[in-house]
Design a binder for this molecule. Structure first.
Ligand code: FES
Length: 151
């Protein structure tokens, strides 16, 4: 982005489809935002690179289906984040139940996800500005760099 240019959110060209598929996980910086682009089971996803909890590197996380939803598992403290929505899931017992059984619960949207489109073999990411402040915003930009270094 040029100096004095207003950030638009894109869409930005992020690579050729074939190359991104082969890479499986690709790191891009768009408008000073570090983004992870993932190709998994035939679908592209894009989300903030640093885990909302404490800035862990999601690019190194395993992907698992949990409660019917694809999640990336942050390698740092194992938080589970849905790839499509950035929702944080956790499993717990409800002590109010007579015979508690572990179930999945949501902490809500925590990780910012972005829109990926593909046109004629080229892949584009449009940055999401929706939903107001999300916790993963904290670890982006120059200030985020300092915060990530602390944890
Ligand atoms: Fe990701 Fe703690 S930094 S779970």
């Amino acid at each position: 982005m040029e100096e004095n240019e207003q950030p638009t959110g894109g869409p930005y060209f992020v690579g050729k489809k074939d190359e991104l598929i082969e890479a499986k996980r690709s790191f891009r910086t768009l408008e000073d935002r570090d983004i992870l682009i993932i190709h998994h089971q035939g679908v592209f996803y894009a989300l903030d690179s640093y885990c909302y909890h404490a800035g862990g590197l999601l690019q190194n996380g395993d992907i698992e289906e949990l409660n019917g939803r694809l999640c990336i598992i942050c390698p740092k403290h194992k938080y589970k984040i849905t790839l499509a929505e950035g929702e944080s899931l956790y499993k717990a017992n409800d002590p109010q139940e007579p015979q508690p059984v572990p179930r999945w619960y949501s902490k809500g949207m925590k990780q910012r996800t972005h829109t990926v489109t593909e046109i004629n073999g080229e892949v584009f990411v449009k940055l999401s500005k929706d939903q107001g402040w999300l916790e993963s915003d904290f670890f982006q930009g120059e200030k985020g760099k300092l915060e990530r270094a602390k944890v």
